[in-house]
Ligand binder design. Sequence first.
Ligand code: THG
Length: 268
Amino acid sequence: MIIVGERLNGQFDDVGKAIQDRNPEVLQKLAQEQVDAGADYLDVSVGTAVASRDKPEAMAWMVEAIQEGTDAPLAIDSPVESVMRAGLEKVKNPPMINSTSAEPEQLSKYIEMAQEHDAALVALTTDQDGVPNDVAKRTELAGNIVMAAMEAGFPFDQLYIDLIALPVGAAQQQPGIMLDALQQLQGIANPPPHFIVGLSNVSQSTVKRSLINRTYLVMCMANGLDAAIADPLDEKLMDAMITAELLLNRQIYSDSFLSAYRASKRRT
Ligand code: THG
């Protein structure tokens, strides 16, 4: 599994405050903790911590502050092009661009941007009508994304399709609908693109968030998910993820499979 650590996001109170106060240590500590817990990328989002016009500058500051403490690759998370570009300008290592919609104009522009920056690209199955609520529209938009990547010569191993996880408490049929779409899209291309979700979306405004997150993660993995934006500091979530890798025969069994997996992820 490719884990994109979600914690460097201004929608968390501690991070929002650190952005406003321009306090780099808070970000550096969260970056290091997530890397130590096995994050492959660190998601970086200004969230709603500052006014829109100040977001490009805040993103640039976050990227610089985080990179003073770690060289882990970053996932620049913004729907706004100026904020995305401000982050990309500062990255030292090949990043992840998170994200583009499946609208043709934005999609082709962002594929080009990813090629320029040697970046991975997350593409959401959304269009001008927002998030589709059925399987068919999601798979249609995923098809458009794959086609656009193919036409641009963008490698599928750098492409992450996000079928959009929605809160179970708001629309209870949605998590299952996303799973059906995920299952139907297996085999869409060879080699296949990655499939990613923003896992914590599924438990927004519920209690027992960690339980809901880890249960859904395992269900998604069984249907072909191979990447998640998630909280690597949630130890039970990571244990469930590692165990699912084992049961899906993606890791070799040993009695110490949890610690062996964690050791294999340690950055030198
Ligand atoms: N797809 C892609 N990128 C994404 C998402 C996605 N980036 C953002 C988000 N979704 C994934 N990251 C988070 C981060 C935090 C929360 C959910 C998803 C979260 N925050 C708390 C809440 O809203 O209740 C607030 C913070 C707190 O607990 O203090 O749940 O889907 N490509």
